[in-house]
Design a protein around this ligand. Structure first.
Ligand SMILES: Cc1ncc(COP(=O)(O)O)c(C=O)c1O
Length: 404
């Protein structure tokens, strides 16, 4: 047993920085039962729980940024057939809605002939000249039917995932002639990619400044508000109460399968992505709803400089996918029903399993989220985040780090 605890190598409170899902928890419990996990090499154990490249306050977040799985970044052991059994803790991959999309069949299929989508331009006269009009139309339809964001008087900027839009926002908000880089903060625990993306080019325009709760520097800053939050699932508001701040709302998870939709979000800069809403992470499509024309223009400029626009093929496919989602909400009697009903059910089932497994283990506790009423699903429920990277070891469980 002592060996099992030494795997996690922390004292009373254990915060696991894992991309955690139910199968992982079940796997860990299974391996605990069968004693398999204690057979891992020390290096593998360390590697599996490694968080060393992140700022300390991000330790409760998962390592979200992708890297190729390799034998050294996974903990593995051998199954009864002599094959490697691998738990990849490095990243999550949202393929869980595949079953829904399979049953939509032809409805969600598009055909792009070889001659189509050849120009750089999608709508040459509009502010975001690389935004496919069909995709813009479907974004507005979807937000209207779900009621999760105000789209009136907003510019839509499309990006290669919301990851590119995040960088576009930083570029757009940073004055070019400032004496020092603009501080970028977010309340810990935050999405672990933020600091990595912010500082990867060591920009002179902006700089990661860590936990928003302890930020006390004078002058302008950007505060990222991720709501519901990755990694802990909580609904959030800004925490820095100073003048000169600009808020950027990352609403990747503000969809009814994860969290009750309390009201239409009405912020100056809001980021969304198909990766979390429909599960199409591989399409690499995100969109920003931006109030200020100048900010939107600068974001467009960044995407122009960075990738000269965004794949039209992906946008056309995203338009089709959003259309199917919205139609499924409007006409729920259709064969496949609404994606959100399907996904909400799936998340609920996973959380039930996770809670049951954790309860049975007696080792961990999970957060309890307050219920809220959802204007889209017309029910009250507690958030059920897609990811959970913090589970707590019960206080009573002492870790004996010296034990062999
Ligand atoms: C809060 C949050 N924002 C943005 C992203 C990235 O989205 P995209 O795949 O559109 O780049 C993620 C991915 O996990 C996320 O958790």
């Amino acid at each position: 047993m002592a060996r099992l605890f030494s795997v996690f190598s922390l004292r009373n409170l254990l915060v696991l920085s894992l991309a955690l899902n139910v199968s992982l928890i079940l796997r860990v419990l299974y391996e605990k039962e069968s004693g398999v996990i204690s057979g891992l090499s020390l290096d593998n154990k360390r590697e599996a729980l490694r968080t060393d490249s992140m700022p300390s306050e991000a330790h409760a977040t998962q390592r979200e940024h992708l890297s190729m799985p390799s034998s050294s970044s996974s903990s593995s052991t051998v199954d009864s057939n002599g094959r490697d059994r691998v738990i990849n803790l490095d990243h999550g991959d949202p393929t869980m809605y595949e079953r829904y999309w399979q049953q939509t069949g032809e409805k969600s299929t598009i055909l792009i002939p070889g001659w189509q989508s050849m120009s750089y331009f999608s709508d040459a006269g509009s502010l975001c000249w690389f935004l496919e009009p069909e995709f813009a139309k479907e974004i507005i339809r979807l937000h209207k039917v779900v009621g999760n964001a105000v789209t009136e008087d907003r510019y839509i900027v499309v990006g290669t995932g919301s990851t590119q839009l995040y960088q576009a926002v930083l570029y757009a908000l940073s004055p070019l002639d400032a004496l020092e880089p603009l501080s970028v903060v977010s309340a810990a625990p935050y999405y672990s990619s933020y600091p990595l993306i912010t500082d990867c080019l060591k920009s002179g325009l902006y700089k990661w400044a860590g936990d928003a709760q302890s930020f006390n520097k004078e002058g302008p800053y950007i505060e990222l508000v991720t709501s519901p939050n990755n990694p802990d699932g909580y609904v959030r508001q800004s925490v820095v109460n100073k003048s000169g701040g600009i808020l950027v709302h990352d609403l990747a998870y503000y969809w009814p399968q994860y969290s009750p939709i309390a009201a239409a979000a009405d912020h100056d800069i809001m980021l969304f992505t198909v990766s979390k809403s429909t599960g199409h992470a591989g399409m690499r499509i995100g969109w920003a709803l931006v109030k200020d024309e100048e900010v939107a223009k600068k974001m467009v400029k960044y995407v122009e400089l960075n990738t000269i626009g965004v794949s039209k093929d992906s946008q056309l496919r995203a338009a089709k996918v959003l259309q199917v989602v919205t139609d499924g909400c409007k006409y729920p009697t259709s064969k496949e029903g609404s994606l959100f009903d399907f996904a909400a059910h799936l998340m609920e089932e996973r959380w039930k399993l996770l809670r049951a497994a954790v309860r049975q283990s007696g080792l961990f506790t999970l957060p309890e989220f307050p219920h809220g009423s959802c204007r889209f699903l017309n029910i009250s429920f507690a958030p059920r985040p897609e990811r959970l990277s913090t589970i707590h070891l019960r206080q009573s469980m002492q870790v004996d780090e010296t034990a062999e």
